[in-house]
Design a protein around this ligand. Structure first.
Ligand code: ADP
Ligand code: MG
Length: 829
């Protein structure tokens, strides 16, 4: 065995690549062989040389080329992270997603064999770090917090910023910060030789890196060199659809079903936009391909088997329908091409043997809300003789490599959070992905061998409607948290911060205004005592403010619970998941007049099983309503108090998961909210010992006075998110018709609405979201003031010329007196 060289033998000039210090690693033959096939491993020498000779480098390599798993190991083997080596500091690796931080740490530990205890991860609420840790995977948010504690990051010898192409706000800010930390560490090391310079490695899966490499303000001592890991990606044949269907979940079902029957063995990865779609498709695939029951021919009644009839029929129809329809789809939004594919080839005829037609499917979902244990299942081999089909959101686009994928089905869309800086309207729109993303998705099919990507859209749509790249997140999200964090770290002049892409002036101004309103900044933009306090919470400054004033009337334990619930969000299973709109099951009877998008080819026989399901659904729907009535018994105008009831009730449950199941709550969200509750309790305790007394998670019911105070505390955090009922506004606008339902009652906000000058009240106003408990009131009962958490515009309406309404998610309905008291700065009333 090779003995490690003494520490003095450092890299010398003229022989830049020399393993001055090496940590031998024994790997199993299997792991060793797998590594040998990775392009990044072939470039180890080139990469390490670049790292030794430069403070910062950028590595580009296609997804799956081995960046995330191998770079930390190269560094570890050359002594980084090992005590007594020239670079004893930790190897830090950041990821934009928690699931990637955990799974990559596990994989690297596995590859490092006898050193597996050297690899740890830290994500919010969970850390496996120990004194042995040499390689630490973490989310980018965790590292930003660590920078707040030690701006020089003395603990680390090297920072790897992974997935930089995703351009999350945190990644962008980290890159800006580490560019300064590199300078700082360099000058520190010149004064004190025991401090080592910091190395920074930025890794990207796309070549859109000019924002990092050519940004003069970012790396002042010259552009970092780009090291390319030649992709040894197998070829992927891309098959465009001839038509672009609007109902892409349905289309995915058809294509995947046909693909499964026609394609040779190999895993399938299907990209959809969200968990509802994933669940829907998963259910249908499992139903369609469940092992056929043997039909007993002696029996008169033959059970309907979902396995055959509908699919055969569909198969026949498809070919005909596609050819008939040479010009237009039912949806004229999209252009159709007939040029990409020969008429009856969908790209499934590969000239190879298809799988045995009885092959089972092993369908697994993959999305970020899924419990970690479930997520990890995608890495396990499927049961013998079955085909792995993974239904994923864009989590699977670049950060995770799933073994054995040969076929990719890409719907071409993603759910993107959009934020309108002017109106404050947020929307989760399902929109086209970028060309870069589409190519990443296709690339997932070519890791283990030649693969195929089936795009559920035409090449004309791809050419005309897909942007080259997606905008960086910093341009489409509120940034008050970022601004406060930077200011309290002493980076006062936010506008001069070396952002890879600077936020818009408008976004900055809006953030500063809110921070001033919350009392976190002085009029001239300096951080106040309050601001410094708010920045110690791992939360939006709005929630920080609520905690800051939460001690009044003994409300603190409730405020902590409420903030935890609000910050985690998405606590309840939505009504339409319990009772999906009728279109999922189609009857053969007369067509539902509201349902204009269905064509007859989708018709399905209404079975006994469907009928049974209907009764079940009715019952579930009733239970759902009952649960929500129960949770809002304290106050029937405050959604926030409903969240509080839920989180407090959860603390009393002996079996949390069972409780969530029964109460239509999301178990993962409640676990997280509970962890956040614990963390916030600790912070409040250490900021203010004695304030919480003998705090317990199981709280008594709040008094009437406390409920009133809680509403005012919520209002203080969302002071700029106040809506007034339009007909009770100081200058009421024209409202042509009396609204018939609560959700049609118009409200005006403090921000300019979409069209301030429009005569149409629907254009200027916002409306309560149907999920709010206010939606159950009569229009007359609707409160004068509503404090909302956010505004949302739903996806484009089916009827093209009708713009969807802007919906608000209410928190509380404060009284006019409460608002006046807040404006006046008097204590809670
Ligand atoms: P990159 O970061 O360049 O996208 P990775 O380092 O994540 O690439 O992956 C390199 C290779 O490691 C993948 O192609 C895959 O074969 C393998 N791999 C990664 N994670 C796992 C895992 N959990 N199980 C098995 N193989 C894995
Ligand atoms: Mg990676």
């Amino acid at each position: 065995e090779e003995e490690p060289l003494p520490a003095e033998l450092q890299v010398t000039k003229g022989d830049p690549f020399r393993k001055a210090f090496s940590v031998p690693v024994d790997r199993s033959e299997e792991i060793q062989n797998a590594r040998m096939g990775l392009p990044v491993v072939g470039e180890e020498q080139k990469i390490m040389e670049a790292i030794y000779n430069n403070p910062t480098i950028v590595i580009w390599g296609a997804t799956g080329s081995g960046k995330t798993t191998q770079l930390p190991q190269f560094l570890f083997e050359s002594g980084f992270g090992t005590p007594d080596s020239p670079n004893p500091g930790l190897i830090g690796v950041t990821q934009p997603r928690r699931v990637a931080a955990v799974s990559m740490a596990n994989r690297v530990a596995q590859e490092l064999g006898q050193h597996s205890d050297k690899v740890s991860y830290q994500i919010r609420f969970e850390s496996t770090t120990s004194k042995n840790t040499a390689i630490k995977f973490m989310t980018d948010g965790i590292l930003i917090r660590e920078i707040a504690d030690d701006f020089a990051l003395r603990k680390y010898s090297v920072i790897i910023i992974d997935e930089a192409h995703e351009r999350s706000v945190n990644t962008d800010i980290l890159i800006g910060m580490v560019s300064r930390i590199v300078d700082l560490r360099k000058s520190m090391s010149q004064e004190d030789p025991s401090v080592k310079p910091l190395k920074v490695i930025i890794m990207s899966a796309t070549l859109r890196i000019s924002d990092f490499t050519e940004n003069r303000s970012l790396f002042r001592h010259g552009a970092p060199p780009l090291v390319q890991a030649e992709g040894r990606q197998y070829p992927v044949s891309v098959h465009f659809a001839r038509r672009t269907h609007r109902d892409y979940v349905e289309e995915a079902f058809r294509k995947v079903s046909r693909g499964h029957r026609k394609l040779p063995p190999g895993g399938m990865l299907v990209f959809l936009t969200g968990q509802n779609e994933i669940r829907q498709l998963s259910k249908r695939l499992k139903q369609a391909f469940k092992p056929t029951q043997r039909v007993d021919t002696t029996q008169a009644r033959v059970e309907f088997s979902a396995n055959d009839a509908p699919l055969e029929a569909e198969d026949l129809e498809l070919g005909g329908a596609e050819m008939d329809n040479a010009g237009f789809d039912d949806d004229s939004d999209f252009e159709i091409t007939g040029l990409d594919e020969p008429e009856d080839d969908e790209g499934f005829d590969l000239g190879e043997e298809a799988m045995d037609s009885s092959t089972k499917v092993h369908v697994l979902p993959l999305y970020s809300q899924l419990p970690t244990k479930e997520q990890m299942k995608v890495f396990e081999p499927p049961p013998e003789g079955s085909r792995l089909i993974i239904l994923a959101t864009n989590v699977a686009e670049t950060s995770l490599t799933i073994p054995g994928i040969k076929y990719v089905f890409d719907c071409g869309r993603a759910k993107e959070k959009q934020y309108d800086l002017l109106t404050g309207v947020q929307s989760f729109q399902v929109g086209w992905i970028s060309k870069a993303s589409a190519n990443q998705r296709a690339g997932r099919a070519g890791r283990t061998g030649p693969g195929h990507c089936y795009r559920l859209y035409s090449s004309a749509v791809y050419e005309a409607d897909f942007e080259e790249y997606t905008d960086p997140e910093i341009l489409r999200t509120p940034i008050e948290g970022v601004v406060l964090q930077m200011k309290s770290m002493g980076l006062h002049n936010v506008i001069n911060f070396p952002f890879p892409t600077p936020p818009s002036r408008q976004g900055l101004a809006k953030a500063e205004k809110l921070l001033k309103n919350l009392g976190a900044l002085t009029a001239d933009g300096q951080v106040t005592h309050i601001g410094r306090r708010l920045s110690t919470y791992p939360l939006s400054p709005r929630f920080g403010k609520m905690i800051y004033i939460g001690h009044q009337h003994g409300c603190m334990p409730y405020v902590i619970a409420l903030v935890s619930a609000l910050a985690v969000g998405d606590l309840f299973v939505a009504q339409n998941e319990v009772d999906p709109p009728k279109r999922a099951v189609k009857s053969k009877g007369p067509k539902d007049s509201e349902d204009d998008s269905d064509s007859s080819e989708d018709e399905k026989v209404y079975t006994n099983a469907d009928r049974l399901e209907d009764t079940e659904r009715e019952q579930r729907s009733k239970d759902y309503a009952r649960v929500h009535r129960l949770l809002s018994k304290h106050d029937d105008t405050s959604d926030a108090l409903k969240f509080l009831s839920a989180i407090c009730a959860y603390a009393y449950a002996s079996d949390g998961d069972a409780f969530c199941e029964q109460m239509f709550l999301r178990g993962k969200a409640f676990k997280e909210a509970t962890q956040l509750r614990r963390q916030l309790t600790d912070i409040v305790r250490s900021n203010n010992p004695g304030l919480l007394g003998t705090y317990e998670a199981r709280l008594p019911e709040p008094s009437a006075k406390q409920i009133k105070a809680l509403k005012q505390i919520v209002t203080a955090g969302f002071i700029d998110h106040i809506a007034i009922r339009a007909d009770l506004a100081p200058v009421p606008p024209d409202i042509p018709r009396a609204p018939r339902r609560a959700i049609d009652v118009p409200y005006l906000t403090l921000f300019r609405s979409r069209d301030r000058h429009s005569d149409d009240i629907a254009e200027r106003a916002v409306f309560v979201h149907p999920s709010s408990i206010l939606a159950k009131l009569s229009p007359k009962e609707m409160p004068q003031y509503i404090v909302y958490s956010h505004l949302q515009q739903s996806a484009a309406s089916v009827v093209a010329d009708q713009t969807p309404k802007i919906r608000m998610f209410p928190l509380v309905a404060p009284s006019g007196l409460q608002l006046a008291a807040l404006a006046h700065g008097t204590p809670l009333i």
